[in-house]
Design a protein around this ligand. Structure first.
Ligand code: C2E
Ligand code: CA
Ligand code: CA
Ligand code: CA
Length: 280
């Protein structure tokens, strides 16, 4: 028994070692990616469900790895978060996104009404320089604060303290709007929500995905009702079909995002879209 235990342990050890090496590679590569501008932002339109007009864009990071090709955020963000690389990565994302919207505003007059929304990880939210940094990026890129929204997942908010609450209030005081992302997955209570300085809820796409089922329909209806009571706006994410769109509209959900409305697009594609809108 002792021998087999030892063999098991050795095997486990090897697996751990391989995992650690793989992570080290990813970490080294990611470090280089940030320095070498291998990261790219795609922009997914968020639209009014009532009029169909674009209202803003969510910035989504992706990585063009020199050997492995396209790597999605779910593959590298956990490592970035664990190693702290999320902080320089997040800095890059924020600056790039603000710069881009500012550039669109200068090229297309109607783009002044658009917002850009950027995802903020737990680690970034807890960084002591967060507020100062965001303020610096806004002034450097000349973007008005009310054009910037920040998305924080429900789970990030749930396990955080007074400290986070204060940070969020400071951001809101700058004029930045705050959204709870993936809402509905974290079991926040009504009273809990009420204590948070937020402006938007993004209903997690798992609820939109099967809107046909009675349970999900009721959940979304309840979220919309709750949001109305708390004077929050709601974005439905993951809108993939016309049926989902029509159902959401019937429920008076104001905003939507998803493949049915538009995929995440590279900046050049967004520019074509904005040109077309201008000609209308
Ligand atoms: P998220 O914030 O919930 O972003 C929405 C994700 O859903 C994106 O995946 C988007 O491409 C995808 N999506 C959009 N419409 C649809 C749809 O109709 N159906 C389906 N099935 N999916 C749709 P993506 O780009 O792979 O990003 C995954 C997650 O990575 C994001 O989820 C977000 O949590 C995180 N993330 C992305 N960019 C950043 C970033 O710059 N910073 C941080 N901290 N996190 C980011
Ligand atoms: Ca998001
Ligand atoms: Ca989300
Ligand atoms: Ca998500």
């Amino acid at each position: 028994a002792k021998a087999s235990g030892k063999a098991c342990y050795a095997l486990f050890d090897t697996a751990m070692h391989l995992k650690a090496v793989a992570r080290l590679d990813l970490e080294t590569d990611l470090r280089q990616a940030i320095a070498n501008q291998e990261l790219q932002l795609n922009y997914q339109p968020i639209s009014s469900l009532e009029t169909g007009n674009i209202e803003g864009f969510e910035a989504l990071v992706s990585w063009q790895h020199p050997q492995q090709g396209h790597v999605g955020p779910d593959a590298f963000l956990p490592v970035a978060e664990e190693t702290g690389l999320i902080v320089p990565l997040g800095h890059w994302v924020l600056k790039e996104a603000c710069m881009k919207l500012r550039q669109w505003q200068q090229t297309f007059p109607h783009a002044h009404s658009y917002f850009i929304t950027v995802n903020l990880s737990s680690r970034e939210l807890c960084h002591p320089d967060l507020v100062r940094h965001i303020q610096a990026v806004l002034s450097e890129t000349q973007l008005t604060a009310h054009c910037l929204k920040l998305e924080i997942t429900e789970s990030t908010i749930l396990d955080k303290s007074e400290f986070v609450l204060t940070r969020l209030a400071e951001l809101q005081q700058l004029g930045i709007q705050l959204c709870i992302d993936d809402f509905g997955t974290g079991y926040s209570s009504l009273s809990y929500l009420q204590s948070f300085p937020i402006n938007f809820l993004k209903v997690d796409r798992s609820f939109i995905h099967q809107l046909e089922t009675k349970e999900n329909l009721e959940i979304v209806r309840t979220i919309l009702h709750l949001a109305e009571t708390l004077d929050l706006e709601v974005v439905a994410e993951g809108v993939e079909t016309i049926n989902q769109l029509l159902q959401l509209r019937a429920l008076n959900c104001q905003h939507g995002q998803g493949y049915f409305l538009a995929r995440p697009l590279a900046d050049a594609q967004i520019e074509l879209l904005l040109e077309k809108e201008e000609r209308w």
